[in-house]
Ligand binder design. Structure first.
Ligand code: NAP
Length: 248
């Protein structure tokens, strides 16, 4: 049986690290991307180089048609067992009263709407209620879900707060159907997402505010994601795990 793991935004950052670890654990990984085809293909090549299997599939998670096409393509490859709802964006540092409606909509469409629709499609395929064999969904929350990201992007914080609620609610909704739904809540992780804040050197700037006095790596977050996808966490659902060097 071929077990499939879909990682949205799997070409870069935390998504790439998760794709590599899931492939090493034996999954055939669907590396979703939206713009950076080269990064997605590089992730697929890196997986092949370590002896694993992966395909890159383009799709914008803010577009329902793209999500449906992504899941249809994935189910042709095997049985969907894992969804990592990783694709996420932030925007330039701003107060809410300076934000355009388009910006707010974009952040919510990608971070929240995309994750909810991907989770819906995953449950349709994984839940024993629908004839599925069970599986694991891992959502990407953020420390911003509880500190709110004031002055930086409260719409981003709100999108991640909603991810926490999605995780708790859906985790309970499908708990008896073989599907576990959890989230990781990264703190400051060294990826390219911080470039979009427009604050040069943001990651280094934040070090003092982190009890461990360092940023995290994408691999450290991916290790928690991998655990949540594995049988080692078989009694864990509706949980949100901080991976934040003690910051949350
Ligand atoms: P990243 O390095 O900027 O990577 C973001 C990924 O999301 C890219 O692969 C990108 O695809 C993909 N993506 C963006 N918009 C998309 C869309 N509309 N449809 C499909 N894919 C899309 O970011 P990261 O730091 O790894 O972040 C991953 C997740 O962790 C996000 O949900 C983020 O909010 C969360 N997080 C990160 C941190 C941190 O400090 N890094 C902290 C807390 C939470 P392309 O490559 O095609 O552009």
């Amino acid at each position: 049986m071929t077990n499939i793991a879909i990682v949205t935004g799997g070409g870069r950052g935390i998504g790439r690290a998760s794709a590599l670890k899931l492939a090493a654990a034996g999954y055939t990984v669907v590396v979703n991307y939206t713009a950076n085809e080269a990064a997605a293909k590089d992730t697929v090549s890196a997986i092949a180089a370590q002896g694993g299997k992966a395909v890159a599939i383009k799709g914008d998670v803010s577009q329902e048609a793209d999500i449906l096409a992504l899941f249809t393509a994935a189910e042709k490859l095997g049985t969907l067992k894992v969804l990592v709802n990783n694709a996420g964006v932030m925007d330039h540092q701003n107060r809410l009263d300076e934000m355009s409606t388009e910006r707010i909509r974009r952040i919510l469409d990608i971070n929240l709407f995309g994750s909810i629709l991907c989770a819906r499609e995953a449950v349709k395929r994984m839940s024993t209620k629908h004839g599925g064999q069970g599986g694991a969904i891992v959502n990407l929350s953020s420390a911003a879900a509880y500190h709110g990201a004031p002055g930086l992007g409260v719409e981003y914080g709100a999108s991640k707060g909603a991810i926490d609620v999605l995780t708790i609610g859906l985790g309970r909704e499908v708990a008896a159907e073989g599907v576990r739904v959890n989230a990781v809540r990264p703190g400051i992780i060294d990826t390219e997402i911080h470039d979009s804040s427009g604050i040069p050197g943001r990651v280094k700037m934040m070090r003092d505010a982190i009890p461990m006095k360092r940023e995290g790596t994408a691999e450290e977050v991916a290790d928690a994601i991998l655990w949540l996808c594995s049988d080692q966490s078989s009694y864990v659902t509706g949980s949100i795990i901080p991976v934040a060097g003690g910051r949350c």
